[in-house]
Ligand binder design. Structure first.
Ligand code: GSH
Length: 221
């Protein structure tokens, strides 16, 4: 049965990877919400006085739950998991080291946004950015991510932070990795990343966005 939280509003843009992070967790936690579209491109509605009265930073996503307004995808993930995930797996607040590791990966996700997402903006949204430099930074991060995941797999750890279940760290890092080809950042040299993205696609409640495809049939051999 779906949890009823009719007061939640997500200020959202379908093609935004940062908004997708929030949509993913809302779906995986089966939380009902209302989506308010903010036309990012080409209308630039996020820079209008209407939207800046909601978020003076002029960035998406924004989540409003009752009288709480949150303006950053990582803050929103922390909030949703802390408030609505009864299993406490998504944001395991009980253990200091685990929590610190989740936070470390949230910061890493921001670095991915600052490189892979920027390359995508340059290629697909005609932003005046140094796409080549963004790609080079993204590849450095993907190499680190791939090695981390490879070593984790050797310990039978499927997710970014050790433990049997995924955390918001996986959700925060996933979107701009899986969308990286839209910025001409190919992932053929990162096999552990490819296996990890496939595992994420198999989490119950996984949802797609334009450019992201569902998992294929599970391998039986
Ligand atoms: N750290 C913020 C970054 C948000 C962000 O940069 N969002 C993009 C859309 S995907 C945006 O609104 N960019 C407009 C701008 O930076 O002016 C978060 O994770 O929410």
């Amino acid at each position: 049965m779906q949890a009823k939280h009719t007061l939640i509003t997500l200020y959202d843009y379908e093609l935004s990877g940062n908004c997708y992070k929030v949509r993913l967790l809302l779906s995986m936690l089966n939380i009902e919400y209302t989506s308010q579209t903010v036309e990012f491109y080409p209308a630039q509605q996020h820079k209008t006085s209407w939207f800046k009265s909601i978020n003076p930073l002029g960035t998406l996503p924004v989540l409003v739950d009752d009288d709480l307004t949150l303006k950053d995808s990582a803050a929103i993930l922390v909030y949703l998991a802390s408030r609505y995930d009864k299993s406490e797996n998504w944001y395991p607040a009980g253990d200091a080291a685990t929590l610190a590791k989740v936070t470390e990966w949230l910061a890493f996700a921001d670095s991915i946004t600052g490189s892979a997402s920027q390359a995508r903006l340059a290629e697909g949204f005609f932003y005046q950015l140094d796409a080549e430099a963004c790609r080079a930074s993204a590849h450095q991060l993907f190499r680190i991510l791939d090695e981390h995941l490879w070593f984790a797999e050797q310990q039978n750890q499927p997710w970014l932070v050790s433990g049997a279940e995924p955390t918001i760290a996986d959700i925060a890092c996933f979107p701009y990795v899986i969308l990286s080809e839209e910025g001409s950042i190919m992932r053929q040299d990162y096999p552990a990343i490819r296996r990890w993205t496939d595992r994420i696609k198999r989490i119950p409640g996984f949802t797609v966005m334009p450019g992201v495809f569902p998992a294929g049939p599970a391998q039986t051999t």
